[in-house]
Design a protein around this ligand. Structure first.
Ligand code: FE2
Length: 199
């Protein structure tokens, strides 16, 4: 059954986004435009990770596929966080079309290098906006980006670790399958010298 929107509902829907809530502290134009770009980067990263998950699945590397799929979900969540921040600040959320990923990878090292480079680019974007926000005195965005950069730095380290392990495996399929099994368990098994509870 369809319902006809009321005149009041239509009026609310057609209001400019920035009028929906009061704006106590406006965002500087450069901070806003780069947050919009960053949101787009997170969505693109999610799409790219999904493409990687398919690439791994096609090669029966189920641990790598699970890892890439989870990262796709994580990147989507990051995009949601940026969108929430913009909505909370009464700013418009503008979405552009995602770019089709036409990259072809001919080795495990190339594919893990692609993952790592993507993470580095997203981290650089977040750090750039952080600097802009600091210059603009936009401490709300700075505090928001603290969490983003922390998560992003961890993703970057995780991608570097996977790439390093793949390099160690070299052309040895047995070693690669061992890494695949580790990733299948879904645990962060990076070496940690400081363990919880052992201060
Ligand atoms: Fe992200």
């Amino acid at each position: 059954m369809t319902t006809t929107p009321t005149t009041e509902a239509l009026a609310v829907a057609s209001r400019p986004a920035q009028r929906r809530r009061p704006v106590p502290r406006a965002l500087a134009p450069d901070v806003l435009s780069h947050l919009q770009l960053h949101l787009q980067m997170e969505l693109q990263a999610s799409y790219d990770y999904f493409r990687l998950a398919v690439w791994f699945a096609e090669r029966d590397l189920k641990g790598f596929a699970a890892f890439a799929r989870q990262e796709a979900l994580n990147e989507h969540h990051h995009a949601c966080l940026v969108a929430d921040h913009l909505v909370d600040r009464s700013q418009p959320v503008e979405l552009a079309t995602l770019q089709p990923n036409t990259s072809t990878w001919d080795s495990m090292e190339a594919v893990t290098r692609f993952m790592f480079d993507n993470e580095v680019a997203v981290t650089a974007s977040a750090q750039q906006i952080y600097s802009m926000a600091e210059r603009a005195g936009d401490y709300i965005t700075s505090v928001f980006l603290d969490g983003v950069i922390q998560q992003q730095t961890d993703s970057e380290a995780q991608a570097a670790y996977v790439m390093s392990r793949v390099r160690l495996a070299g052309d040895d399929p047995a070693a690669l399958l061992l890494i695949d099994q580790e990733l299948s368990r879904g645990e962060d098994d990076r070496p940690r010298l400081a363990k919880d509870g052992n201060s």
